[in-house]
Design a protein around this ligand. Structure first.
Ligand SMILES: Nc1ncnc2c1ncn2[C@@H]1O[C@H](COP(=O)(O)OP(=O)(O)O)[C@@H](O)[C@H]1O
Ligand SMILES: [Mg+2]
Length: 217
């Protein structure tokens, strides 16, 4: 489904991601682990189109660079470690969820928003709140709802639970596991503990100094 071919990211002459190739099969998930600064987030940012790269990123054989923003967002979306990465602090949850639908001219907005909110276990009364009026877990659920609003097939998850308390981490992992099962979603997941990857991913790779070292799972 997703194929990285010799993905390399260099910024200011420094190689952050060094010639990585990997495949994520449909319905499967791939976990990236490795020390801080090894380039994990940069891989996700390249796939999300947020940094320039060399090599190829293919989605079902189609070069991601040839897709429009809408075509890309309908396939792949990203959830950041810190929900403020995906949620504007001065936008309500309703606005955060409506925005991708408005930008891409989608109809049946309210229906999609209600569905997304229910799917991540939030209630409609939270729609009028700002991110700082939510708990950490609610904020990450809202960020996941936003990432799902265009019904992508693959989510890029960058340490989606590492900013949360242990009990809330478990709730979000349950949610991600359920979404994966019910929607046949695939994840490319960066995790700070191997247990998270073991639970959600069929395959694991370890990154060190921008390189990918394949691993068993
Ligand atoms: N925009 C950028 N400009 C320059 N260096 C960056 C940029 N983004 C990340 N880096 C550097 O790239 C390396 C990899 O970062 P990152 O992908 O965030 O690692 P990880 O997610 O594994 O902790 C780090 O040394 C980081 O400081
Ligand atoms: Mg990171």
């Amino acid at each position: 489904m997703l194929s990285l071919r010799n993905l390399t990211v260099a910024i200011d002459g420094k190689i952050l991601v060094d010639n990585i190739s990997l495949d994520v099969a449909a319905g499967d998930s791939f976990g990236l682990v490795g020390p801080s600064g090894s380039g994990k987030s940069t891989v996700l940012r390249a796939i999300a189109g947020l940094v320039d790269y060399s090599g190829e990123i293919l989605f079902e054989g189609i070069n991601m660079k040839s897709l429009s923003n809408l075509e890309r967002a309908k396939r792949i979306n990203m959830v950041f470690q810190d929900p403020y990465g995906s949620m504007h602090p001065r936008h309500t949850v309703a606005r955060a969820l409506a925005e991708p639908l408005i930008i891409h001219g989608m109809a049946d907005r309210q229906e999609r928003i209600d569905q997304a909110i229910a799917e991540v276990g939030l209630t409609g009364d939270l729609l009028g709140r700002y991110p700082h009026q939510l708990s950490g877990g609610q904020r990450q659920r809202a960020a996941i709802a936003r990432a799902l609003i265009l019904k992508p097939r693959l989510l890029l998850l960058d340490e989606p639970t590492s900013a949360l308390d242990m009990t809330v981490q478990a709730d979000i992992l349950d949610l991600l596991e359920r979404l994966k099962r019910t929607h046949g979603l695939s994840y490319l997941l960066v995790a700070h503990t191997p247990a998270i990857v073991a639970r959600l991913c069929e395959r694991i790779g370890r990154m060190e100094n921008g390189r990918l070292i394949p691993d068993g799972c």
